[in-house]
Design a protein around this ligand. Structure first.
Ligand code: FES
Length: 577
C-alpha cells in the first residue's frame, strides 16, 4: 500500500502548525520530558486502556499498554496512553450494559478531540469489546483491537472449573445441599487462576473471537491466554502494525463490511457463543452501515453447528482451545462458510490468514461432521417470535435441555428481582418442573440497562428433587457463561408496553423452538382488556447516565444503541482553535 504524506495525518493539525496553538502543543508535550524529535513528524497512536483496579479481567492491561508502546516506538510512532471507562463485568451494578454506549461515546470523543492518528484498543471483558469498537468504527481512523486474553484453566478437586459456568453450577449444588459452605469458600480461590477474561466461551471470548474473525485483531489474537508470554508479544505487534496502518490509512470503512460481519456470524455460531453477541453485533453493524438482523443470525445458526467443545456448551476451557490451534484452526475447518475475501487489520484477507492454520486436537476443535451439538438438537441462537415477543426473543437452544424445546406450562410471573428472590425458595411455592418462570421489567428501559438476570433461579424445592433446568423467560440478558432453557431479550420489553407485561401467573405459555414460536395462550379479547389496564411501572430516572440511557436506548432487536449514535455520519472534526 502507498504511504500517506505526513501532512495528511490529523495529528499534524496540532503539532505542525506554525502559530501560537502549534507552539503550545509542542511546548506542552516537551513539558512531559519528550524531546522534539521523539514526537514531531510521527504518527500519534492512542492506546485506549480500560484498566482499572475494579476490573479483574483487565488487571494486566497497564503492562500490556507498555508492550504496545514498545511496538509503536519501534515502528517510528509516538504512543500516548488514554484511560477509558473499564466496564468490568463483575463489580458494576446493575450491569455494564448500561455503560457500553457510554464507553463508545467516550472512545469516539477521546479520538476526535485529541491529536490521534490511529488507536490500539485494550479491552476484553464483555461490553468493553463492542463499546470500544462501536466508538472506533464511528470515528473511523485506523484501529486494532488488542484483546485481554482468557485466564488460565481452573480445576477443583480434579474437575475442570470454568469462570461463570461453574459458579452457577456449584451455587445450585450448594442450594440443593450437595456441597458444603466450606466447599463453596474453597472454590472461591480456585476457579479464577490467573489474569485475564473468563476462561469459558462466555461473552468475553465470544466477542473477542468474533471481532478476530471480522479482521479487527491481529489474526488469532483472541485465543492467546492472558498469562502466556505470547500475549505481550502480540500486544507489541499491535503497536508495530498500527503505525503501518496509519501510513496506509487502513481504517474500518475501507475493510469492515458485510463480508466481515458474515465471518463474525460463522464464528459466533461455531463457538456456541453468548446470546449477548446478538445485541452487540447489531449495534456494531449499524455503526458500520451494514444491514444485520436477528433473522440473519438465525439463518446462520441454522447452517453452522457448535463445533468448539468449550464450556458452557461443551467441556473444555479457552486454554485447551488455544493449545488445539485456537480460532484460526476452527475457522480453517469451517472455511466453506466463510467469506475468504474479508479483509483484516494486517492488510491480508481472512482466507490468507487461515491458510496455514492447523488443528492439534480434534476433540476440542471439532468439524461439522462431528459437532458438539448437531443442528437437529440445538443451535447457538434460536430466534422466537409470537404474541409474547412480536419483535423477537432469543435463546441458546444448544445449551438447553432438549425435552423443553417444545413445551407448554403455566407461567409464574415476577415483576422485579427483589420479588423473585423473596419468593423463589419458599417451600410452599406452587411450582413444578413444567412451570415457566418469568421475570419482566429487566429490559433496556425497564431495569435500565438490560442486566444479566435471565438465568432465573430454579426453586430450591425443585433443585432438591434433582431438577436442573426449566423454561425461563426474561426481557433481560443472561451471562454468556450460563446455560439452560432461558428465553431472553424479549422485544419489545414489558416496560415500554411489550406483551410480556400482560402475562399473568397461571396463563399457559407455549414454546416451540423448531417452529420459532413463543406464545401465551390467552385470547385476544382478554389481551385487549389487559392492554387497556396496563400502566408503566418502571422507575424513570431524572438525572445521571441512566436518564440519558432511558430516553435514547433502542430495544434489544435493534442493538440497544442510542438513537443519536447508531446511524453512521461524518465525524465532526474539532476546530483548530
Ligand atoms: Fe470479565 Fe467474564 S467477568 S470476562
Amino acid at each position: 500500500m502507498t504511504r500517506r504524506p505526513i501532512g495528511e495525518l490529523r495529528s499534524q493539525r496540532w503539532f505542525a502548525s506554525d502559530d501560537m496553538r502549534g507552539f503550545a502543543h509542542r511546548q506542552r508535550t516537551q513539558q512531559m520530558g519528550l524531546r522534539r524529535e521523539e514526537f514531531l513528524g510521527k504518527p500519534v497512536v492512542a492506546i485506549i486502556n480500560t484498566w482499572s483496579d475494579l476490573s479483574p479481567c483487565h488487571s494486566h492491561l497497564r503492562d500490556r499498554a507498555e508492550a504496545v508502546k514498545r511496538g509503536v516506538w519501534q515502528a517510528g510512532g509516538y504512543p500516548v496512553e488514554l484511560p477509558a471507562l473499564s466496564v468490568g463485568e463483575v463489580m458494576v451494578k446493575p450491569t455494564t450494559m448500561l455503560y457500553r454506549n457510554f464507553l463508545a461515546m467516550e472512545v469516539e470523543e477521546l479520538l476526535r478531540s485529541h491529536p490521534i492518528d490511529g488507536a490500539v484498543l485494550l479491552g476484553g471483558c464483555d461490553k468493553s469489546t463492542p463499546g470500544l469498537l462501536m466508538g472506533a468504527i464511528s470515528m473511523d481512523i485506523p484501529v486494532i483491537y488488542c484483546p485481554a486474553g482468557p485466564m488460565s484453566s481452573g480445576q477443583w478437586r480434579g474437575q475442570k472449573t470454568g469462570a461463570g459456568t461453574h459458579t452457577k453450577k456449584y451455587w445450585d449444588e450448594l442450594r440443593a445441599g450437595n456441597i458444603t459452605q466450606g466447599d463453596w469458600v474453597d472454590l472461591e480461590s480456585r476457579m479464577t487462576r490467573s489474569i485475564g477474561t473468563c476462561n469459558t466461551m462466555g461473552t468475553a471470548s465470544t466477542m473477542t473471537s468474533i471481532v478476530d474473525a471480522m479482521g479487527l485483531t491481529l489474526p488469532g489474537a483472541s485465543s492467546i491466554p492472558a498469562a502466556d508470554s505470547g500475549h505481550p508479544r502480540m500486544a507489541s505487534l499491535c503497536g508495530e502494525r498500527i503505525v503501518e496502518m496509519i501510513w496506509e490509512d487502513w481504517k474500518p470503512s475501507r475493510f469492515l463490511d458485510a463480508k466481515s460481519f458474515r465471518n463474525g456470524l460463522v464464528t459466533y455460531m461455531a463457538l456456541g457463543g453468548s446470546t449477548n453477541a446478538a445485541v452487540h453485533l447489531i449495534a456494531m453493524a449499524r455503526r458500520a452501515n451494514v444491514d444485520l438482523t436477528l433473522d440473519d443470525m438465525s439463518d446462520m445458526a441454522g447452517r453452522v453447528p457448535v463445533c468448539a467443545n468449550l464450556f458452557p456448551s461443551g467441556e473444555y476451557l479457552m486454554e485447551d482451545f488455544y493449545f488445539a490451534g485456537g480460532l484460526l484452526a476452527l475457522l480453517k475447518k469451517l472455511e466453506r462458510h466463510l467469506d475468504r475475501d474479508g479483509m483484516t487489520v494486517n492488510g491480508k484477507s481472512l482466507g490468507e490468514n487461515i491458510a496455514g492454520a492447523e488443528c492439534w486436537n480434534d476433540e476440542v476443535i471439532r468439524g461439522e461432521d462431528n459437532p458438539i451439538v448437531p443442528l437437529s438438537r440445538g443451535k447457538t441462537l434460536a430466534l422466537l417470535r409470537g404474541n409474547l415477543a412480536p419483535n423477537g426473543a432469543v435463546m441458546k437452544s444448544s445449551a438447553a435441555n432438549p425435552k423443553f424445546l417444545k413445551h407448554v406450562g403455566p407461567a409464574l410471573v415476577f415483576d422485579n428481582p427483589a420479588e423473585m428472590n423473596r419468593t423463589i425458595d419458599d417451600p410452599g411455592l406452587d411450582v413444578t418442573e413444567d412451570t415457566v418462570i418469568v421475570l419482566r421489567n429487566a429490559g433496556p428501559v425497564g431495569a435500565p440497562g438490560m442486566p444479566e438476570w435471565g438465568n432465573l433461579p430454579i426453586p430450591k424445592k425443585l433443585l432438591k428433587q434433582g431438577v436442573r433446568d426449566m423454561v425461563r423467560i426474561c426481557d433481560g440478558r443472561m451471562s454468556g457463561t450460563h446455560y439452560g432453557t432461558c428465553i431472553l431479550h424479549v422485544a419489545p420489553e414489558a416496560a415500554v408496553g411489550g406483551p410480556l407485561g400482560l402475562l399473568r401467573t397461571g396463563d399457559l405459555v407455549e414454546l416451540d423452538v423448531e417452529a420459532g414460536r413463543l406464545d401465551m395462550k390467552v385470547d385476544e379479547a382478554e389481551l385487549q382488556r389487559r392492554r387497556a389496564e396496563w400502566k408503566p411501572t418502571a422507575h424513570v430516572y431524572g438525572r445521571s447516565f441512566a436518564a440519558l440511557y432511558q430516553r435514547h436506548v433502542s430495544q434489544a432487536d435493534q442493538g440497544c444503541d442510542f438513537d443519536f449514535l447508531s446511524a453512521p455520519g461524518p465525524v465532526v472534526e474539532p476546530s483548530i482553535f
